[in-house]
Design a protein around this ligand. Structure first.
Ligand SMILES: Nc1ncnc2c1ncn2[C@@H]1O[C@H](COP(=O)(O)OP(=O)(O)OP(=O)(O)O)[C@@H](O)[C@H]1O
Ligand SMILES: [Mg+2]
Length: 255
């Protein structure tokens, strides 16, 4: 496996193109001809009411759900297989494995040797030096989220998809994890689903708001500073108000 380069470019950033995506789950048409572009090397935050289809879109991008119609490809027109790391809303750590072995799980599942040195380096990067041999039950919620983040980085993919990655932690830990993620994911194409408007405004180079059924995407403005942004700086408060207004409108028409 390639040696991970935290904060590196993972072999070149990749635009992700969603082309005329239609996707029906059960008898619910979540998307009908949705087209959008996630720019290379940037973080796009995805917001919208519960049930609108954020996780479904992310899973379709990760190749875990097949679209009914349309396609999701890189800027080169090729599929994304092998270029995507996916971090689920729950940390999905295996309780019987140590933090280090959970970080190396991807290689293990592929039948490849795990790189313990790289796993240790990434655990140190997310602030978990000395906790490598602990099992998830011996770690706090925030520590488990950091193990999951290290595992995502271990995969060293150009595209990183994260579904509410910091929802389970307290406000201060969340703030720190946001700063950390922004630093270590720099240069990758990141799509981050969140219910937290402040998190979206801190981390996103752009914000997409999903609303309606079938869902459509509307963009929302970001503060005029590079991420990670501080909530009290510049036009952050004004953008926060704009985003809250936009979410309120979207929620009224939600399923
Ligand atoms: N396997 C499935 N079969 C049928 N319907 C499903 C399935 N998975 C999800 N759904 C439905 O699809 C819709 C979108 O679900 P999804 O999980 O993508 O929403 P979400 O925007 O991520 O919501 P939340 O913010 O609550 O996480 C929901 O109405 C949900 O009930
Ligand atoms: Mg979801």
């Amino acid at each position: 496996m390639t040696e991970p380069e935290p904060g590196g470019n993972a072999g070149g950033a990749t635009t992700v193109v969603v082309e005329k995506l239609s996707l029906t789950l059960g008898d619910l048409p979540l998307f009908d001809g949705l087209s959008t572009v996630f720019p290379a090397g940037q973080t796009t935050c995805l917001l919208g009411p519960s049930g609108v289809g954020k996780s479904t879109l992310l899973r379709a991008m990760a190749g875990l759900i097949a679209p009914t119609n349309g396609r999701i490809v890189g800027g080169d027109g090729r599929g994304l297989a092998g270029r995507v790391a996916y971090m689920d809303q729950s940390d999905l750590l295996l309780p019987w494995l140590s933090a280090r072995d959970n970080v190396g799980l991807g290689a293990r599942l592929r039948g490849e040797p795990t790189d313990a040195t790289a796993a240790h380096r990434l655990l140190a990067l997310v602030g978990l030096r000395g906790h490598e041999t602990k099992r998830p039950a011996a770690l706090s919620g925030g520590m488990r989220q950091r193990v999951a983040l290290a595992r995502t980085l271990m995969e060293d993919r150009a595209v990183v998809l994260m579904d509410e990655p910091f929802s389970a932690v307290d406000a201060l830990t969340r703030f720190r994890l946001q700063d950390l993620a922004s630093t270590v994911l720099r240069g990758r194409t990141v799509v981050l689903v969140t219910h937290d408007p402040q998190e979206a405004l801190r981390l996103g180079h752009q914000l997409f708001v999903l609303s309606g059924s079938p869902a459509q995407i509307e963009k929302s403005g970001v503060p005029d500073l590079p991420p990670p942004r501080q909530p009290t700086f510049g036009d952050f408060p004004a953008r926060y108000q704009d985003l809250m207004d936009q979410l309120a409108v979207g929620d009224a028409g939600a399923p």
